[in-house]
Design a protein around this ligand. Structure first.
Ligand SMILES: Cc1cc2nc3c(=O)[nH]c(=O)nc-3n(C[C@H](O)[C@H](O)[C@H](O)COP(=O)(O)OP(=O)(O)OC[C@H]3O[C@@H](n4cnc5c(N)ncnc54)[C@H](O)[C@@H]3O)c2cc1C
Ligand code: FES
Length: 294
């Protein structure tokens, strides 16, 4: 179920009456779909209590018991504003011990979930604007609930554009959904870094899509998620089109342990990504990202 940021932040136990944000709740894996060679989308339901309430852009700490917890963005679920009804959705790329164990889990198995945590995309605050949703690779996962929320209230926004890039056509996520989103009023432009002759779409990095996109620079707001280098070049391309850093919102990744601002693992400048992010205005981030290795 989608809720306002304030409600979601206050309801750290997801409205399930759990003892606190450090106590994991058991969620049953209902289904699992392989999206790419190393990425799976999982549907999960709580073993007891109400569905998890969240705002687009928030994440949970997810674990296959005994292999460590990792932050994973919520990529769907619930009803209400997003117009989506159903279980909690996570899209996970298997890159190491914890994510490989999560992706190996079979339907029926139980995973542990804490959250939701973090500052969400400012979906309500940007009503009236042209909105550019800009994603690289698995960065589309945290942006999917924002896209659904924008489309559920399509009439409240100007132009809606998705600029999405992947390394190759077989690395793209949610491809059957891209057409549905287009029908509902999202202009979708997809690009890949490299492809064979069968690919008829754009070839090139995502920031190049910014240069040719059609939007009103005076009102446009961008929601950006992808590898940090892609985000830096995207911000530069947006600046060239007249979209300043204060109108760019980006989701950041840092190593995490507690997810609730206690351990300090996710420090970025004077902030903690789990508590003050993961979504920041780029104008907040710029001074810290200018420092190497921060
Ligand atoms: C707020 C937030 C949201 C996130 N959302 C998602 C999500 O929706 N889906 C998702 O799959 N991941 C997401 N991540 C990244 C995910 O948390 C990491 O991939 C995970 O912590 C890796 O843990 P591991 O134990 O599997 O791998 P580790 O053992 O920690 O790492 C194994 C190897 O992979 C490398 N590695 C670690 N993380 C990444 C990465 N992100 N990309 C590429 N290589 C990496 C490491 O450098 C190491 O070499 C998110 C991270 C944050 C902070
Ligand atoms: S993960 Fe512990 S402070 Fe952010």
């Amino acid at each position: 179920m989608l809720v306002s940021a304030e409600t979601a932040t206050n309801a750290l136990d997801g409205g399930r009456g759990a003892p606190g944000p450090m106590v994991p709740a058991p969620f049953q894996l209902l289904s699992k779909r392989q999206d790419t060679a190393d990425t799976w989308t999982l549907e999960l339901a709580p073993r007891a209590g109400a569905p998890l309430m969240f705002a687009p852009g928030q994440f949970t700490m997810l674990s296959a018991f005994g292999t460590g917890e990792v932050p994973i963005s919520i990529s769907g679920g619930g009803g209400g504003e997003a117009g989506e009804d159903g279980p909690l959705v996570h899209t996970v790329r298997a890159v190491g011990l914890a994510t490989e164990a999560i992706c190996r889990a079979s339907p029926g198995e139980v995973l542990s979930v804490r959250g939701p945590f973090g500052r969400p995309w400012p979906v309500a605050e940007i009503e009236g604007a042209d909105v550019l949703v800009i994603a690289g690779g698995i960065g589309l996962a945290p942006l999917r609930p924002a896209i659904l929320a924008l489309l559920a209230r399509r009439e409240r926004y100007g132009r809606l554009l998705l600029l999405y890039g992947g390394r190759s056509p077989d690395q793209l996520l949610y491809t059957p959904e891209l057409e549905q989103w287009e029908v509902r009023g999202l202009d979708v432009a997809v690009s890949v870094d490299s492809a064979g002759p069968e690919w008829l779409g754009h070839v090139g990095v995502v920031p190049r899509l910014v240069a040719r996109a059609s939007f009103d620079p005076a009102s446009a707001v961008a929601l950006v998620c992808g590898p940090e280098v892609m985000m830096r070049f995207t911000v530069a391309a947006l600046a060239q089109r007249g979209v300043g850093q204060e109108r760019v919102h980006a989701s950041m990744e840092r190593n995490m342990q507690c997810g609730i601002g206690h351990c300090g693992h996710c420090q970025l400048g004077p902030t903690l990504v789990c508590r003050d992010g993961p979504v920041y205005r780029w104008s907040e981030l710029a001074p810290w990202l200018a420092i190497r290795e921060l």
